[in-house]
Design a protein around this ligand. Structure first.
Ligand SMILES: CSC[C@H]1O[C@@H](n2cnc3c(O)ncnc32)[C@H](O)[C@@H]1O
Ligand SMILES: [Zn+2]
Length: 446
């Protein structure tokens, strides 16, 4: 099947940030075979022609760190710092999760991601008490692309910790290539504070033996850094380096509290960062110095984290927040200009999570793209300044169509791979099982 997408205003987000006004993209078997100016002769060989006149077309966004299974916890534990938030609100509720809740929560999270333009994500989920296969089945059916990680924690008895490691290894192997290559895995020790050195070393072994990346929360708060210093005599980055974590390609979620020496270690070992500006603000963790990370040559992607600390999966909101924070903290309006932020949310983010077959509209890449129709939207006028609006004015609700592997998964704002009403109703119904009253739910539904 060969499809020609014509007349759209294309933002390729390639390394030259090429744009084409009334351009053309040809897709065959889910891959881009042509992108450029309109070429009438290419239409002859097309099985289907899709007219995108008036629409902005850009690569699907890449969310480099999320927790979709936590979506049902949106609104839990507002106004708390990370440590008490996790220990007194989030972890106790996660411990009551069932497979049904986890799968419903994942569907709801992915529905929100797809409808707001995210086509690829890298996710960590807490496997305790749930059947990971059922969750993966739910994820595969949505049509999204992603890297999934079964989180390794050093909690509970020794036997429970061994079971957790064995589960993570089984999972990493089983889903390394799944759903026609759309889904893959990473190995995810939760953090230097929730994992023993043994669990961290085992994580590296699993990653090495299965040729996988590592994904870990690091240096999110001052408290974490001082706790690790007290326990191990060194800061988190050096602690992880000594344990061999950076012998594999690794994505560090957060990286809020870092010094120059740590950035040098990270650059030397090609450690990438998933920057979660809104979650870091909401949990009172601080603001990562993204400017310095990029200046040091470190790849940085943008991420939402879970919605309990955000409270949504809107990557446009995340991009704008990232840009504004860096300008404000550096007192330099030129910090993090639009092209840099677009790259972080698309091509660089995809590279950061080892998925460089997506993230830009280039020949040979997967046809993962989204469209925005600006014409009926006052906040996107004047339309001629699209390259500014994509950062400063667009929000997730403006996304019109979403394609992954050349398949349309959202059309005119409606998700085609899920029954939207059912997904939302199911999440609300299951909420009562984890002990939260459903404030605002209609009485008849109780
Ligand atoms: C969902 S899997 C992993 C585990 O991570 C917890 N979590 C969610 N957000 C954060 C964060 O910002 N820092 C550290 N840990 C976080 C979540 O509750 C899960 O148990
Ligand atoms: Zn996280």
């Amino acid at each position: 099947m060969r499809t020609a997408y014509i007349h759209g205003h294309f933002f390729t987000m390639d390394s030259e940030y090429r744009t084409m006004d009334r351009g053309m993209m040809v897709v065959e078997r889910g891959a881009i075979v042509y992108i450029g100016d309109h070429a009438e002769e290419l239409l002859a060989g097309a099985d289907e022609i899709v007219d995108l006149a008036g629409k902005w077309v850009l690569p699907g966004l890449v969310n480099t760190h999320s927790h979709i299974v936590m979506t049902i916890l949106r609104g839990v534990g507002d106004d708390m710092l990370l440590k008490p938030w996790l220990e007194t609100r989030i972890w106790p509720m996660e411990s009551r999760f069932t497979t049904e809740i986890a799968a419903a929560s994942a569907r709801l999270g992915i529905l929100e991601m797809l409808k707001s333009g995210t086509t690829t994500f890298s996710d960590m989920f807490n496997p305790a008490g749930i059947d990971a296969d059922a969750v993966m089945q739910a994820v595969a059916e949505t049509g999204i692309r992603g890297a999934f990680s079964y989180t390794i924690f050093s909690m509970g008895t020794l036997r429970e910790q061994q079971a957790n490691l064995a589960g993570a290894e089984r999972f990493a192997r089983r889903y390394k290539t799944a759903a026609d290559g759309r889904l893959t895995t990473m190995v995810a020790p939760h953090s230097p504070y929730a994992c023993t050195p043994h669990a961290l070393v085992e994580s590296v072994r699993i990653a090495h033996e299965n040729d996988l990346m590592l994904h870990i929360h690091v240096s999110e708060t001052e408290t974490e850094v001082s706790d690790i210093e007290r326990r191990y005599g060194v800061r988190p980055v050096e602690h992880l380096r000594r344990l061999g974590l950076f012998g594999r390609p690794a994505v560090m979620a957060h990286g809020v509290v870092l010094n120059d020496e740590e950035r040098q270690i990270m650059k030397r070992h090609d450690v990438r960062v998933a920057h979660n500006p809104i979650s870091n603000l909401k949990l009172g963790s601080g603001i990562a110095d993204v400017g310095r990370l990029l200046d040091a040559g470190i790849k940085v992607g943008i991420a939402t984290d879970g919605v309990a600390s955000n409270n949504n999966f809107d990557m446009f909101e995340e991009m704008r927040t990232a840009a504004l924070l860096q300008k404000g903290t550096a007192k330099d309006a030129g910090r993090l200009p639009a092209p840099t932020v677009y790259a972080m949310a698309t091509r660089m983010g995809a590279e950061a999570i080892g998925m460089s077959h997506t993230g830009s509209l280039e020949r040979g890449k997967r046809a993962d793209f989204i469209t925005i129709d600006p014409y009926d939207k006052p906040h996107l006028q004047p339309v001629s300044r699209a390259s500014s609006h994509l950062l400063y004015s667009v929000c997730g609700r403006d996304v019109c169509d979403v394609y992954i592997d050349g398949n349309v998964v959202v059309k005119n704002g409606q998700c085609l791979t899920m029954d939207e009403e059912k997904v939302m109703a199911e999440a609300n119904r299951l909420l009562s099982r984890i002990g939260e009253p459903r404030h605002g739910a209609p009485a008849a539904g109780r």
